[in-house]
Write a protein that binds this ligand. Structure first.
Ligand code: MF3
Ligand code: CO
Length: 243
């Protein structure tokens, strides 16, 4: 999983480096990702993914701009200065999965937008800090929610983090809200994808007609950060980082 996680981190960095405000489309970032993934001998965990009743996911990555929360499908949309672009990458390498997402600024962005990105990433790390043996899944969500609310933003509840390892999605579900001391017990060796989605406005979302893209109902901006981590006695190891 660490090897898969390195490919994910490398791919996200390649996507970030490909952003040119006013020029790059989300499809350009998809192509940069495909190149990064295949050149490392891995394959996308997302393409063709078809949870019950859904049409198969049609791309290698999810790319979500501004009011798009998650599961944006790469296409012709151009990235402009002031936008934010959420890039979500999952790969399979030698039978193991890793999954990570980051939201990048496009050129210079508004101070409030910068704050949204910072608070969401901080909330992810607050959650990761709770991912240690003996804690419960609810400790993760409670820490994330607490940090986000403190800064006046809202947490999306309908979509959650998840176990990850031999499949992209495994038990348990990992909500980004919750109550301390509740939910499944975290034991040594558990591997989780923790992934807060945070809206600048209300937490309400809706699904676009493509039946994948999730947007904020009030069309306010949204951010998404995700890491795959391993639970140890001494805390969480982040597996989706370059070293
Ligand atoms: N990272 C997301 C997740 O954890 C994206 C997967 S949706 C897919 O669920 F369809 F693109 F696979
Ligand atoms: Co995920």
């Amino acid at each position: 999983m660490r090897a898969a996680g390195r490919v994910v981190a490398y791919t996200l960095a390649a996507m970030r480096d490909a952003i040119v405000p006013g020029v790059t489309t989300t499809m350009d970032l998809e192509r940069a990702a495909e190149q990064a993934i295949t050149s490392n001998g891995a394959t996308s965990a997302f393409v063709g993914y078809a949870p019950d009743g859904h049409p198969p996911y049609p791309a290698w990555t999810c790319i979500s701009v501004n009011e798009e929360v998650i599961h944006g499908i790469p296409g012709k949309r151009v990235l402009y200065e002031g936008d934010v672009v959420g890039c979500d990458v999952g790969v399979r390498l030698d039978g193991y999965y890793a999954d990570s997402a980051r939201t990048f600024p496009v050129g210079r962005i508004a101070p409030e937008t910068e704050k949204l990105l910072a608070v969401t990433e901080e909330a992810l790390f607050e959650g990761i800090a709770q991912a240690r043996a003996g804690n419960r899944v609810g400790d993760i969500g409670a820490a994330i929610e607490r940090h986000v609310r403190k800064h006046g933003f809202s947490v999306v509840r309908e979509m959650v983090g998840h176990g990850v390892g031999r499949y992209l999605h495994e038990a348990p579900q990992v909500p980004n809200h919750g109550k301390r001391g509740t939910g499944p017990l975290l034991i040594e060796g558990t591997t989780l994808a923790i992934e807060p989605m945070v809206n600048m406005g209300s937490r309400q979302i809706e699904v676009l007609k493509d039946s994948w893209t999730i947007v904020t109902r009030d069309r306010s901006m949204s951010a998404h950060f995700e890491h795959t981590v391993a639970v140890t006695r001494n805390g969480a190891l982040i597996l989706t980082q370059e070293d």
